[in-house]
Write a protein that binds this ligand. Structure first.
Ligand SMILES: C[S@@+](CC[C@H](N)C(=O)[O-])C[C@H]1O[C@@H](n2cnc3c(N)ncnc32)[C@H](O)[C@@H]1O
Ligand SMILES: Nc1nc2[nH]cc(C(=O)O)c2c(=O)[nH]1
Ligand code: SF4
Ligand SMILES: [Mg+2]
Length: 238
């Protein structure tokens, strides 16, 4: 069974290389990390376990088909860490009906079914997140993706130290397409679910990041906002 926090859409992918692409999100419950600025703690912290529904692959796909009116589109697996879940059967069922699959994960856990995804977005955490990085685990994710899954790096930047870390990190993986996104410093939290972020402050961070990248001539990086935050602020399920 798959631990499901929420299934929603169709909406658009708001982050990373697939920004703007229509998609349904399947958000799993449970994470091996607890990032300081995580915007989805309701799908992370064990105290919310009772809100996560154990679902079969068939039941998850049935809900996606209901939401999409049976018209196949991109299914984005996120969480929590979806790589902790048994998602191989969901891929087989969905792909047989024409759906394509992308995953968002931090690169801490590899699964053999990564090779059957269309897109694997790896988002290793910068220093500001407060999480340890395992090179071995990250490289295992890359190896599991094989040659047929499109891998991209998505790095969140909160401050100067994160920016320097991102420069070093990306230099070790020059073959991977790279997107940078400014950290939302005021995400909604379980204790303050209606919290709104300051979009002007977020835009200032975006401008700072563009200035850094252009001043450094870092032309391999693409700088993108979280489009869903610009459109819907910290709203959940969009
Ligand atoms: C909520 S995570 C779930 C998937 C997986 N656990 C991961 O971190 O990649 C989805 C994406 O949101 C990003 N993210 C989380 N909180 C954020 C914030 N406050 N500002 C910007 N991006 C954030 C993560 O870095 C990740 O790229
Ligand atoms: N529209 C939209 N785009 C997203 N990209 C990554 C998301 C996530 O929470 O993983 C997300 C999300 O929650 N909504
Ligand atoms: S790894 Fe992803 S879901 Fe887990 S705590 Fe960090 S940002 Fe949140
Ligand atoms: Mg999100």
């Amino acid at each position: 069974m798959i631990a499901i926090s929420e299934i929603f859409g169709p909406t658009i992918q708001g982050e990373g290389a697939l920004t703007g692409v229509p998609t349904v999100f399947v958000r799993t419950g449970g994470c091996d990390f607890r990032c300081s600025w995580c915007d989805t703690l309701y799908a992370v912290e064990a105290r919310f376990k009772a809100d996560w529904t154990p679902m079969s692959a068939e039941a998850v796909l049935a809900e996606v088909e209901r939401l999409s009116g049976g018209r196949p589109l991109l299914i984005t697996l996120s969480g929590g860490n979806p790589a902790l879940q048994p998602l191989g059967d969901l891929l087989s069922l969905g792909q047989a009906r024409g759906y394509t699959f992308a995953i968002e994960t931090q690169g801490s856990k590899a699964q053999d079914w990564f090779a059957r995804l269309d897109h694997l977005t790896l988002s290793p955490k910068p220093p500001s997140a407060g999480m340890a990085f395992s090179q071995r685990r990250f490289d295992a994710c890359l190896a599991a993706a094989g040659v047929n899954t499109q891998v991209t790096l998505k790095l969140v930047i909160a401050d100067e130290a994160d920016y320097r870390w991102a420069r070093d990190f990306a230099a070790r993986y020059p073959h991977l397409p790279l997107t940078l996104q400014p950290c939302n410093p005021a995400p909604a939290t379980p204790d303050e679910p209606a919290r709104e972020t300051d979009l002007d402050a977020l835009n200032a961070r975006l401008r700072w990041l563009v200035d850094k990248v252009t001043a450094d001539g870092w032309f391999a990086a693409r700088v993108l906002p979280q489009l869903h935050v610009i459109i819907w602020n910290n709203e959940r399920g969009v």
